[in-house]
Design a protein around this ligand. Structure first.
Ligand SMILES: [Zn+2]
Length: 137
């Protein structure tokens, strides 16, 4: 189970909408405890691909984000990106790029009127959809 704060969910959604029709991306910092993932901070990064179908995060921003999370006593627990034009399912490229076992991959689809967030956890060779909770705190 992944736990996401309501304010972070809202910030993610508004960032993904703002970046439309490009894919938005960023990193998630938090804690992993007993198989659960608690997202404590979200970092919004530049997609240097400037693409509607791909993303890659700006390297210096990634480095700065990881440094900042460490300063806050947090770990890199996952990343997010948006799918402005497709469903909230990993693309072939997403699967190819998913190499960190135990890492959470959040995909925010803006395809439908109602946005849809899905969380995937990389286990062995497979990305498995994981349940999540958006909590007030
Ligand atoms: Zn994708």
């Amino acid at each position: 189970m992944l736990y996401l704060k309501k304010k972070d969910y809202n910030a993610l959604l508004s960032y993904c909408r703002q970046r439309q029709p490009q894919e938005a991306c960023g990193l998630l910092a938090g804690r992993n405890e007993h198989g659960n993932c608690y997202v404590e901070m979200v970092y919004f990064l530049t997609n240097i691909e400037n693409s509607q179908e791909r993303f890659s995060m700006e390297p210096r921003e990634q480095f700065a984000a990881v440094k900042d999370m460490r300063a806050h006593g947090l770990h890199l627990v996952g990343n997010f990106h948006s799918h402005p034009l497709s469903a909230a399912a990993p693309s072939a490229a997403d699967k190819r790029l998913a190499v960190d076992r135990g890492f959470r991959y959040l995909i925010f689809s803006l395809l439908e009127k109602e946005p849809e967030l899905k969380v995937f956890l990389l286990e062995e060779q497979e990305m498995r959809e994981e349940m999540y909770v958006v909590a007030a705190k």
